[in-house]
Design a protein around this ligand. Sequence first.
Ligand code: ZN
Length: 510
Amino acid sequence: MSKAGRSELSTELREYDREVQLLKHGCSVLQWDQETYMPPAAAEERAEQLGLFETLVHDRIADEKLGELLERAGASPENPMGSEDLPPRDRALIRVLFREHRKARRIPRELVGRMARAASTGQTVWRAARAENDFSAFKPQLEELVALAQERAELLGYEEHPYDALLDQYEPYMTTAEVTRVFEELERGLVPLVARIAEAPQIEDEFLYREFPEEVQKQFGTRVLHEIGWPAARGRLDRSTHPFTISLGRDDVRITTRYERAFFNSALFSILHEAGHALYELGFADEIRGSALADGTSLGIHESQSRFWENLVGRSRAFWTRYYPLLQETFPTALADIEHEAFYRAINKVTPSLIRVEADEVTYSLHVILRFRLETALFGGRLTPAELPDAWREESRRLLGVVPERDADGVLQDVHWSIGGFGYFPTYALGNLFAAQFTEALEQELGPLAPLLERGEFAEILAWLRRNIHAHGAARTAAELVLDITGRKLEGEPFMRYLHAKFGEIYALQ
Ligand code: ZN
């Protein structure tokens, strides 16, 4: 290809991609509004609007015109990054677009529509079934959603396990076998640690359930957000039932939280969690901003950024050495009689519980392993949807030592399956692992995290994350990132080392 030809092709690809991104951001505006300020009566037409936008995005990506551009760029299954004489940025873009294009071509439009309808009905039926604690009401819907996911997996294709195809939608290039390997390692470390903590004297955390006025929580949360480097001019903080982060544009990444008057942890830790996601999306390098490369490279990597700020920073002793005096001043009625150390221990209390979203740092990943095990059994043909409630109880007893009495606190607790999100769960625990492994590398370069946090040197920490992780966006895969940064592939040990050091000390384990 001539130099002029190459540059023309680059421009065409970038322009094509830019339009897709603009459409996606249009979808995001509608979604953000739906979850925050939309009046309830608008729900019906909003679903239609979103359905149309999503089909437009799908059509654009599946379009033969994009296929031709990619072919001209030399992209093929054997050479997914295209011609070697193209600039690296374009080759990375080609990899992402070629991947999306091939997937979109394999899923007929008619199936996209069926899945969207099944997800919409699924969510409504699930909500009612959970409220009524009635799994049988949700079962037919669940069976349809599983069948659709199976159909999707077959169309997308996989090498070893049908679940590979589902996982790949959220954690590109990761396989079921690899997740099984790290989760087995994790389970071997976590189960005995939880047992030892259960035998240790328990932690008092009653004061976290005192009165924390919402407005004051918001002021405190906003102050922390600014200090860790969240740029207010490029985002918003609003409230929603379930906290989330969404990109509406290259300079507009919004987060939400929820405030509970009688529980401190809820708002602040959600704010830090979502800020971690937002800082990732706001940290893409200039040359990839606004393109398909300006995206989290995988949900596991995305989650590593949220967990880093929520847990490794926000639940550390050093962070509260800095902020606890201010927190006490901010909430004198609730916290005047509580020492820094007591507060630190309370926000890190470990209790095996039934509900994933309320779980602590130690037991959280066990909730995820449970779901991963059931999902791989479902799609490996070893379990039917009807058998899920019993299988859930069995796994919960084995992994967490607790058994839900009601399906509402067991198999019905999460929204994911009701919208067909099979393959999503593992990314939550992978995020914990990536975060711990990255942090060890960060500490090798910058020195221990604790003194940096005590001194409030968030800019230095954020600059490291930008340089090593955020700037690349989707231009590097998760596996490439972890290898580049840590010199190793993903492993469970750094996370277990982190947990042992932190909770061994909190619970005075020998
Ligand atoms: Zn998250």
